[in-house]
Ligand binder design. Structure first.
Ligand code: ATP
Ligand code: MG
Length: 794
């Protein structure tokens, strides 16, 4: 008989519900931001489990970040009224790939306890191989090759697959050879790199049809969030697993206690009833699943155990359509620069014929103003699928999107800090606020400001500014200069950049220092006067010691930021990153510049070091109420009541490198990033731009981002300097002068127009703007940077 809908379905709109309840066959949910795609996925899993269509271990669910995976598990638990402990195949592509690989490592020539190399290991290894080939590793940097290998692996390519042109592009045509040597070496080391975590599974599934068939059978339901940002390898892996359903009589690769058949649907058809008090998984077959699911304590009586039905439910004959559900939004594809291919979502219906396509059009997240602003902005992109989005009718109390101007980034940080405090006074939690930056170097100013204000913050998806590798390296140099006894700092940089002082040399210095009871720098100075070291390292060490002594002499009579720059240059540290061709290098150079810039605000290098140790000491724990700071890339899928979007200036956002390298499509990806940023906000959205940024130690006036011109005036409030600043309080008369200066340095005709005449539709500005030569503001090739490192999103 008809039973009332389970509680977890309540509140879904009809389309969402269709996407949840269409469990059989392929489903694509293609919908704009905040329409409930992730919620649909979560509810769908809950539904599958609650209906007993599959064991938790038979559901493959891919999220974009580990954080998203954790949240999804939690919510499923809430929806089905019990803690879901066993969703072993819910995670990121990488975490699932590594799990699969550990099970079958031997099939690709590894042992199951293989290690995963980090980027540094990978580069060290490649460098050895490059040198072993008799090649000059300065001309053919290992980092550059690592980057190429990454790109190939994103496409699912092994050494045999790379096109001639690609193979020729490195090391005088030895690209393929080196790639092969690298893979062989990894095998000998029983190791793999990040890219292998997916490439190996693809290879092993292809080469072992029986294993593939097991998994195809095992994963009764496949779900993928953020499908628009899958790369080719991820796509291939998914397609392998989902391509067809194999005949279900096979015994699948089993988890402990798992039966070949889904537990409950059959039972219901046969008239078995679940206890209404226990919404999850029924009780049938539960004993064997106790490890995987803990049902709410209400699940009392235990019906007889199920005998597995002869055929898996939803299995069907060979070639039956797979139960795959992908959700995504083409307007939020923001990882093209890392190999993601939005076409994957566009060809879903071709890949999976007969797919149900569900459109969700109601946005539940944002106010009409925020949605209006975001929709209008993204409307400037060509080649969109085009989706309708609506939300509740605007509430007259809803604030518009606020655009603010600041003189420079310091003032921007101060104003953001004040706005945060104002929201806090209005009763908002810091947890509900986020600052989303385009490039990670922007974080520094906010972190410093918040430490001064005593505002808790956390950096999501990456280290805090002063914890970044390059910043720590640089700081280590400064520490040795200011505090010659700082052995930890000395050890950190004694061979960074590489100067031929390997472990043996460092140990020698270390032991000598111990013996004499002096700091390592002093020990090194004595050592180089002896015969104890081989001539080459001795010369290198002597050079380093002399440099430190020279910098120490300069300490009291050179402007300290200038000295800092000198140190990084003379030590070869800056040059090391300049020579580096990896994707992260430009961002690291930006961070180094930002570090030096920030130093100017302090009286001396020592005062600066002290400040940093205070910042580093600032508490970071999960439970505290804190503002989140992250890159726009890391913010995908998240939502906050209040969102701050600083740095909307040409060259920074859109980022110069995206424009230089990506042309029109680069610009469009930047615009999608802006769309992602805006649509994170539920209620308050504050955009900032500054009129001056200090670049290469020089003040440069900047041009407000073209994206500002692309915001619709009727959803946007422009804080017009100087009068609008009165609203924030705390700005004295000097504020006025700055605003004057601000007005005189602004150079964007588009912006002035928007400001002067807010009733005008701004979309037309795009046309006039595209012909305007945009002044370069210094984010050139060498120092343009992208904030999101690889670690932040996997
Ligand atoms: P994004 O594209 O940014 O990832 P999304 O489409 O995944 O967004 P969700 O994060 O799933 O959207 O949902 C956005 C917000 O709307 C969430 O707070 C969610 O709980 C809420 N929401 C979704 N559907 C409904 C609904 N039917 N009723 C009420 N709130 C809903
Ligand atoms: Mg989502």
């Amino acid at each position: 008989g008809a039973r009332s809908a389970p509680a977890y379905l309540e509140g879904l709109n009809p389309e969402q519900r269709r996407a949840v309840e269409t469990t059989e066959g392929p489903v694509l949910v293609l919908a704009g931001a905040g329409t409930g795609k992730t919620r649909v996925l979560t509810t769908r899993i809950a539904h599958i489990l609650a209906q007993g269509l599959a064991w938790p271990s038979q559901v493959l669910a891919v999220t974009f970040t580990n954080k998203a995976a954790r949240e999804m598990k939690e919510r499923i638990g809430l929806l089905v009224g019990g803690a879901v402990e066993g969703m072993p195949w819910l995670g990121t592509f990488h975490s699932i790939g590594v799990k699969m690989l550990r099970r079958h490592a031997e099939l690709v020539g590894l042992k199951s306890d293989f290690t995963i190399l980090d980027t540094d290991d990978q580069i060290r290894l490649l460098k050895q191989l490059i040198q072993a080939e008799g090649l000059d590793d300065k001309r053919w940097p290992a980092r550059q090759f690592a980057h190429m290998i990454d790109g190939w692996k994103n496409k699912g390519w092994g050494p045999a697959d790379i096109p001639e042109g690609d193979a020729r592009a490195f090391a005088n045509g030895k690209g393929r050879e080196l790639f092969t040597a690298y893979q062989n070496r990894l095998k000998t080391l029983n190791a793999c790199d990040f890219g292998d975590l997916l490439c190996h599974p693809i290879r092993l599934l292809k080469a072992n049809p029986d294993v593939l068939a097991d998994y195809q059978h095992k994963f009764r339901y496949i779900l993928v969030d953020e499908y628009q940002d899958t790369n080719t390898a991820q796509y291939l892996w998914l397609r392998l697993l989902a391509q067809r359903r194999v005949s279900p009589h096979r015994q699948p690769v089993e988890e402990r206690g798992e039966t070949a058949s889904p537990p409950l649907r059959q039972a219901q058809d046969e008239g078995l009833h679940r206890s209404p008090a226990s919404p999850l998984m029924g009780e049938a077959g539960e004993a064997s699943e106790a490890k995987l699911i803990r049902v709410g304590e209400t699940g009392g009586d235990t019906p007889p155990p199920l005998t597995p039905p002869p055929h898996g439910v939803g299995g069907g004959p060979n070639g039956a359509p797979p139960n795959i559900c992908c959700v995504g939004d083409d307007d939020q594809s923001i990882y093209g620069w890392r190999g993601a291919d939005v076409d994957n979502i566009l060809r879903f219906e071709k890949d999976f014929p007969g797919a149900s396509v569900v459109k969700l059009e109601r946005n539940y997240r944002s106010t009409a103003h925020i949605l209006g602003a975001a929709s209008h902005l993204i409307g400037h992109n060509e080649g969109r699928l085009g989706k309708t989005l609506f939300t509740e009718a605007p509430d007259p109390d809803d604030p518009k999107v606020n655009v603010h101007a600041a003189w420079d980034s310091e003032e921007e940080a101060r104003a953001v800090g004040e706005t945060i405090e104002r929201h806090q006074r209005d009763g908002h939690l810091l947890n509900d606020m986020a600052i989303l930056v385009r490039a990670s170097f922007q974080m520094r100013e906010f972190e410093d400001r918040f430490v001064t204000l005593g505002l808790n913050y956390r950096v999501i998806g990456g280290p805090r500014f002063y914890e970044r590798m390059e910043v720590r390296d640089a700081m280590a140099y400064f520490r040795v200069v200011c505090q010659p006894a700082d052995d930890l700092a000395f050890e950190r940089i004694v061979n960074t950049p590489k100067r031929g002082l390997g472990d043996a040399s460092v140990r020698l210095v270390h032991d000598y220092a111990r013996k004499k009871g002096v700091p390592m720098l002093a020990a090194a100075e004595e050592l180089v006067a002896t015969e104890e070291m081989k001539p080459k390292p001795r010369a290198a060490l002597r050079d380093l010691v002399q440099s430190f002594r020279r910098w120490q002499e300069l300490l009291d009579n050179t402007p300290h930021a200038e000295l800092a720059e000198t140190i990084l240059e003379e030590s070869g540290y800056t040059a090391m990153w300049q020579a580096d061709r990896s994707a992260e290098a430009p961002g690291r150079l930006e961070n180094l510049k930002e570090l030096i810039r920030s130093m100017e605000e302090f009286e001396s290098m020592r005062a600066f070091l002290e400040h940093v140790s205070l910042v580093m000491d600032a508490e970071q724990n999960e439970d505290m109420d804190a503002v989140s700071i992250m890159t726009l890339h890391a913010a995908k899928g998240l939502e906050f009541d209040t969102v701050f979007l600083p740095g909307w200036e040409e060259g920074l956002f859109p980022h110069q490198r995206a424009l230089d390298e990506g042309g029109r499509s680069g610009l469009e990806e930047e615009r999608r990033l802006a769309y992602v940023g805006l649509t994170r906000a539920k209620r308050h959205c504050h955009i900032w731009f500054v009129s001056n940024r200090r670049i290469h130690g020089l003040w440069q006036s900047t041009i407000p981002s073209r994206f500002l011109d692309e915001l619709p005036t009727d959803h946007v409030d422009v804080a017009e300097p100087p009068s609008s600043y009165g609203g924030y309080g705390g700005y004295g008369a000097s504020r006025f002068d700055r605003a004057e200066a601000f007005a005189s340095t602004r150079e964007s005709p588009g912006w002035r127009r928007a400001q002067a005449n807010r009733t005008e539709a701004t979309s037309r500005n795009w046309g006039s703007r595209s012909g305007v030569a945009v002044e370069r503001i210094g984010y050139g090739e060498a120092d343009s940077g992208f904030g999101a490192g690889r670690g932040s999103v996997k």
